[in-house]
Design a protein around this ligand. Structure first.
Ligand code: F6P
Length: 523
């Protein structure tokens, strides 16, 4: 089955939502809270170690039920079963979208062209496990007999952002190996990364689904050249491994077939960290932690696949996003993790979200007349409070925010953690309630004329939406849940907008032109 083809703006639910928006757009969150003392409980989903408070959004019970009506009208339920069942829902590339199979239980059967892909996944996981143990234990030796101390992941886009984000986020669980990332074709990047590395004790992972990506191949060739300054071709086998679907190109690069980890066309690049693309993760935090990451994702998969929409975290987050994007005409969303470990989460999500849903042609091949992909941006709290939050609080734009926080800190610095979390709650409350002129005047002292003149600048309108995601602790398991949650939010949005979320034709033209211009520059 392919995905249905329904223009959301022509549905009955959409029209009702437009009318509902006109009726409710001037309501203030403060009023909604005053009216319903149960509001915090009414708009809250608890699942496993996740507590999602979406009460500070500009919705009421009717909004949510109309959004769910929209989801039903576009047959979200059918789409979810096509997604998990391995239908070719990436229709423009004729592919399945099965990153969920990468974390499926070992005894599950998911068929692609009659083959159970879960068996292939398990075989690759076993290969990752063996390899990880060998490298971490020191059994795997470099060409001069020394154990590996450093690992360099050479990749870009999905072959870089996902693994890098997870490695950074899980630094607390680090093995003795130091993992580095080279992505940019800017030679300064590769130079900076290798300048302090010892080729005798460094392992290079060339990660490229296609093995044709200009940046990755250029960086891999530069590194190979640098490596060969002090080693021979025969030593490459101990220092270079590849992750790719293009086994022919990997062989041509000179990599030992025994050191190749396969991936599959049914995994999109930006959803591939769960596959062998995550080899750097396994080396950085150990295979057991990598497995825990997959298990967390799998838990969220099950929640998403089976939970009624009103209690379904990814569905509710996607519906809220559509509400703001298509009815409030909000153009951006901010993702604000209150954990320094999650510094790379937003750049990772920018690719996942914007490469997926930045589309303007619907599943019919026709130009879309409504807004699709939101612009996603953000950074970690509390740093960002001293950077861009002014605009969110007092600027002219409506920017829905996701605040992500943890109940427990990893290093146990209680005082710091309490301050951190107090800031998170403080931001969400300030955005929601704001501060009236009366409240400002009450606080101000001094001569009446100055007070009257300055007061307007100190007023906060409030009524700025946010969702707070409180998670017990940053672990591989909860990180897996978090990433999977956003992956499914992306899927739901794509279904609602009637677009194909899993191709990325928009990046091709620039690539082709860069190659052409490069050829002209060098002839
Ligand atoms: O930028 C486009 C893109 O195709 C991404 O989707 C992908 O993650 C990245 O390039 C890297 O591709 P590859 O893994 O084939 O090198």
């Amino acid at each position: 089955m392919t995905l249905k083809n329904t223009n959301p703006s022509k549905t009955a639910a959409w029209k009702k939502l437009q009318a509902h928006y006109q009726e409710t757009k001037d309501l203030h969150l403060k009023g909604l809270f005053a009216e319903n003392p149960q509001r915090k409980e009414d708009f809250r989903i608890q699942f496993n170690d996740f507590d999602v408070d979406f009460s500070k959004n500009r919705i009421d019970a009717t909004t949510l039920s109309l959004l769910i009506e929209l989801a039903n009208e576009v047959d979200l339920k059918g789409a979810i079963s096509s997604y998990f069942g391995g239908d070719k829902i990436n229709a423009t590339e004729g592919r399945e979208v099965l990153h969920t199979a990468l974390r499926a239980a070992a005894d599950k059967k998911i068929l692609v062209d009659g083959e159970n892909v879960v068996e292939d996944v398990q075989a690759t996981l076993a290969q990752i496990e063996t390899f990880t143990h060998k490298v971490i234990s020191g059994e795997w030796k470099g060409h001069t007999g020394k154990a590996i101390t450093d690992v360099v992941n050479i990749g870009i886009g999905g072959s870089d952002l996902g693994p890098q984000m997870v490695v950074e986020s899980l630094k607390y669980y680090k093995t003795p190996l130091d993992v580095h990332f080279v992505s940019n074709v800017d030679g300064d990047h590769v130079t900076e990364v290798i300048k302090n590395l010892n080729p005798e004790t460094t392992l290079f992972l060339i990660v490229s689904k296609t093995f044709t990506t200009q940046e990755t191949i250029s960086n891999a060739l530069t590194i190979k050249e640098w490596f060969l300054e002090t080693a021979t071709e025969a030593d490459i086998a101990q220092h270079f491994v590849a992750v790719s679907t293009n086994l022919e190109a990997v062989g041509a690069f000179g990599i030992d077939p025994a050191n190749v980890f396969t991936m599959w066309n049914w995994v999109g690049g930006r959803f591939s960290l769960w596959s062998a693309v995550g080899l750097s993760i396994s080396l950085a935090v150990g295979f057991d932690n990598f497995k825990n990451l997959l298990e967390g994702a799998s838990k969220m998969d099950a929640h998403f696949e089976t939970t009624p929409f009103e209690e379904n975290i990814p569905v509710v987050l996607a519906l809220l996003s559509v509400w703001y994007n298509n009815f409030y005409q909000a153009e951006t969303e901010a993702i604000l993790p209150y954990s320094q470990y999650l510094e790379k989460l937003t750049p990772y999500l920018q690719q996942a979200i914007m490469e997926s849903n930045g589309k303007s042609v619907d599943r019919n091949g026709e130009k879309i007349s409504y807004q699709t992909g939101t612009i996603v941006w953000g950074s970690t709290g509390t740093n960002m409070q001293h950077a861009f939050m002014q605009l969110v609080h007092q600027g002219t734009k409506l920017i829905p925010c996701d605040f992500i926080g943890y109940k427990t800190s990893l290093h146990g610095k209680e005082e710091h953690h309490n301050k951190l979390m107090a800031n998170l709650y403080g931001q969400a409350e300030a955005l929601c309630n704001g501060k009236t002129k009366e409240e400002v005047l009450e606080e101000m002292t001094g001569d009446a004329a100055t007070v009257e003149k300055i007061a307007p600048f100190k007023v906060f309108e409030g009524n700025k939406p946010s969702t707070t995601l409180l998670i017990d602790k940053l672990t591989p398991h909860s990180l897996g849940e978090l990433i999977s949650m956003y992956e499914h939010k992306i899927f739901v949005q794509g279904v609602l907008w009637n677009i194909y979320s899993y191709d990325q034709w928009g990046v091709e033209l620039g690539k082709v032109l860069a190659k052409k211009i490069y050829a002209q520059m060098t002839t």
